[in-house]
Design a protein. Structure first.
Length: 209
């Protein structure tokens, strides 16, 4: 299945399957831009013929809820999930593309990985009636009718500090401040994150410990 209509849709560039022969649209590019009334019927028939959809995601626990909801709606289609961190997802897709193996049908991950994949020609822009459910600022558009991806989630980071080790005058006021002074050697971030690969927002308040 080449399009997975869940919360976050990415169509991956890949070979056109045999089930499309004689159907309309006749190519992958035509399908991803197609908005005819039989669009859903064409996609569903193709998915049934293939028997499964392969979804790569960097979501954590709740991705299983999405899979369960999809299976409930389409019990005849299996969902094969590869779940890993965003860097691992992007690396796997890049390696598969270089080897000419396009295994994933759709993916959900973070903006940095998506931009990397787009730059390497791995993402296929698409049109979908589902796009109308998202605000314009959530869409990364390819043109007036197609998008590369839609933002379905946001993550907010909060920082705390040990008042016995860092004084109030040493508290970073912005992102750049984390590379200087007392926090330059004592900042701890969750596994898989670093000062170089996370985007942070700051408010006027800092939680102390």
């Amino acid at each position: 299945m080449k399009i997975l209509s869940v919360t976050f849709l990415i169509v991956l560039t890949m070979g056109w399957p045999a089930w499309s022969q004689g159907a309309k649209p006749k190519t992958l590019d035509e399908l991803t831009s197609y908005t005819g009334p039989d669009r859903q019927k064409i996609i569903l028939e193709g998915a049934k013929a293939e028997g499964k959809v392969v979804w790569y995601t960097s979501l954590s626990g709740n991705y299983r809820e999405i899979v369960d909801a999809f299976k409930k709606k389409y019990p005849e289609i299996q969902v094969e999930v590869y779940r890993a961190g965003s860097s691992e997802v992007a690396e796997r897709l890049l390696n598969e593309a270089r080897a000419g193996r396009y295994l994933a049908d759709a993916m959900e991950t973070t903006p940095g990985s998506l931009m990397l994949l787009r730059e390497n020609g791995i993402l296929k822009p698409y049109a979908s009636p589902e796009l109308a459910k998202y605000p314009e600022e959530a869409k990364t558009k390819a043109d007036a009718s197609r998008a590369y991806w839609v933002t379905d989630r946001e993550a907010y980071l909060a920082f705390g500090y040990n008042t016995r080790m860092i004084s109030s005058t040493q508290i970073p006021k912005n992102y750049q401040d984390f590379g200087h002074g007392a926090t330059s050697t004592s900042l701890i971030t969750p596994s898989g994150m670093s000062r170089s690969n996370c985007t942070c927002g700051f408010s006027s308040s800092v939680v102390s410990a």
